[in-house]
Design a protein around this ligand. Structure first.
Ligand code: SF4
Ligand code: SF4
Length: 380
């Protein structure tokens, strides 16, 4: 029997295999797509930490793909979008079908199984733009052609499709932090989770005959540290923390501020219905129809807000906190004004762990240093 559960991202109840059970707090990420440089340091940090063993050669729990033509595995999203049919929204309420509601008879959800070859080219389409720029074209806004980088990990969904798909009940969502884990003892390698996950973030390891997935670096998270993909990010585009329930957001919680207070960070493909917990600040130079398809009807407002972010001290301060500490920031406060103010991050006990300026100071030094009697040359 299917249960009716509330999904705040599509603003309505939907069908799911199990009753609604929200964790005390939810592990969640905010990624700023506008700042990513596709260096893949996050990808390698994750691989070094978790997937460098035998049989994990094509396994990338973290990947960064160039949209619109990047996919891992091949066509993972477009194939499902096509199968799902029209995805209609009425304002901010989704009135199309989720993958659970579109399930064929006898199945838990609409899904598909990639071929081995589909996993083999994780960075296909890197840096490709959507169309060729005509010869002698000038730079215009909006850009004639575009692309952007989409960073992807398991979404530690509130309604995980992988969990609903598993006939062995090997997958569970932790009550204390919402992290979704796959029990290697129970798994028998049926791969229903691989077919069921719309983001294709559960992967099969033939060497062990079991499936595996991102574990949200839980040993670190349990000790109040952010995940490897976050603390190693060169572009400082990532933040990891704990999100409150959608109906009780806390204004000084960094993740709540982005997701629920400002609504500037949005889930990827909310129409799938799994209530994913990685939240993206959408790219600002991409056609609106595309960002709406990826991030839902809130994408236009999020882009406008981001363009005006410098008018909001809290937003600027929080964006400056990305990559400033490896500890989890439970709350934040902004002091002072935009020119000489600071954003302060606190741990769970309210102790200050990091302080960053709202505006980075620029020091212009004279070419000739009288004290040292030397000339300084610009080496940049
Ligand atoms: S993204 Fe996929 S693997 Fe991760 S929790 Fe959601 S359904 Fe499961
Ligand atoms: S490390 Fe950061 S900047 Fe580099 S690809 Fe990953 S998310 Fe992007």
């Amino acid at each position: 029997m299917k249960n009716k559960v509330y999904n705040w991202q599509i603003k309505r109840k939907m069908e799911y295999k199990y009753p609604e059970a929200r964790p005390q707090k939810q592990a969640a990420w905010v990624f700023d797509t506008n700042k990513c440089i596709a260096c893949q340091t996050c990808t390698l940090a994750c691989k070094n930490a978790w997937t460098s063993g035998k049989g994990q050669e094509s396994m990338w729990w973290n990947n960064v793909e160039t949209k619109p033509f990047g996919f891992y595995p091949l066509g993972y999203d477009v194939r499902l979008l096509e199968m799902l049919g029209p995805q209609k929204w009425d304002g901010d309420k989704y009135i199309g079908k989720t993958i659970f509601e579109a399930a064929p008879y006898g199945e838990e959800m609409l899904g598909w199984m990639p071929e081995e070859e589909d996993w083999a080219y994780p960075n296909m389409g890197e840096d490709e733009v959507n169309k060729q720029i005509p010869e002698k074209a000038n730079f215009t806004l909006p850009h004639l052609s575009w692309m952007f980088y989409l960073q992807r990990i398991c979404n530690h969904c509130t309604y995980p499709a992988c969990l609903a798909a598993c006939p062995r009940k090997s997958i569970y969502k932790r009550k204390e932090d919402g992290i979704v884990l796959l029990d290697q003892e129970r798994c028998r390698g049926y791969q229903e989770c691989v077919a069921g996950c719309p983001y294709k973030k559960s992967m099969f390891r033939a060497f062990t005959g079991k499936s595996e997935k991102c574990i949200s670096c839980y040993p670190a998270a349990e000790n109040d540290y952010q995940t490897q993909c976050v603390i190693n990010c060169i572009g400082r585009i990532r933040l990891f923390g704990f999100k409150s329930n959608y109906d009780k957001p806390i204004e000084n919680n960094p993740i709540d501020y982005f997701v629920h207070i400002k609504k500037i960070a949005l889930p990827l493909y909310p129409q799938f219905g799994t209530e994913p917990n990685v939240y993206y600040i959408p790219p600002i130079h991409v056609p609106k129809e595309y960002t709406r398809q990826l991030f839902g009807p809130g994408a236009d407002a999020a882009v406008e807000l981001y363009k005006k972010a410098k008018e909001d001290k809290n937003l600027v301060g929080l964006l400056m906190l990305f990559g400033a500490t490896d500890k989890i920031i439970h709350s934040f406060k902004v002091e002072g004004d935009m020119l000489d103010g600071h954003c302060i991050g606190y741990d769970g006990e309210g102790k200050e762990i990091v302080r960053v300026p709202l505006k980075e100071h620029v020091i212009i030094r004279k070419e000739y240093d009288e004290k040292q009697d030397v000339y300084r040359a610009s080496v940049t």
